[in-house]
Design a protein around this ligand. Structure first.
Ligand code: HEC
Length: 113
């Protein structure tokens, strides 16, 4: 019983955290993606650029995405909460998730003479 009482807040915090990360708005995320300069390295359509890899379609899961963006210590600068809010981060993820896959080249007549 004591254990349940001790663990309940942690379980709740985890559940709500996941909700907070998952409940982004793709529309606002598109704006946040541009505002925070992600496009400078990853391209306007998140297709990848000279410096940054492609981020869409199929971005990494929200938790991994948030952890990477906040704590990366490689070639990409980390974005802490003070400059990129949790809300903007979740919105950016939702935007990346909303980007469609490129069509199969076999469905494009011009590429299949
Ligand atoms: C100054 C250039 C630059 C900017 C600006 C930038 N990134 Fe990156 N990003 C990189 C580079 C370079 C990598 C690969 C580095 C690595 O793997 O350590 C990367 C990797 C990533 C990855 C991991 C991709 C993968 O598949 O491993 C994510 C997610 C990401 N960036 C998201 C973002 C978001 C979101 C923003 C805007 C808030 C942003 N980046 C802004 C350069 C940048």
């Amino acid at each position: 019983m004591r254990l349940v009482r001790m663990l309940a807040p942690a379980v709740l915090a985890l559940a709500f955290n996941q909700l907070a990360v998952a409940a982004g708005s793709a529309e606002k995320g598109k704006v946040a993606y541009v505002k925070h300069g992600c496009w400078q390295c990853h391209g306007f359509a998140a297709q990848g650029g000279v410096t940054g890899p492609k981020l869409a379609p199929n971005p990494m899961p929200p938790e991994a995405f948030a952890a990477f963006v906040r704590f990366t210590n490689g070639a990409m600068p980390p974005y802490q909460k003070a400059i990129l809010s949790d809300e903007d981060l979740a919105d950016i993820h939702a935007y990346l998730q909303s980007l469609p896959k490129a069509p199969d080249y076999k469905s494009i007549p011009l590429l299949n003479p």
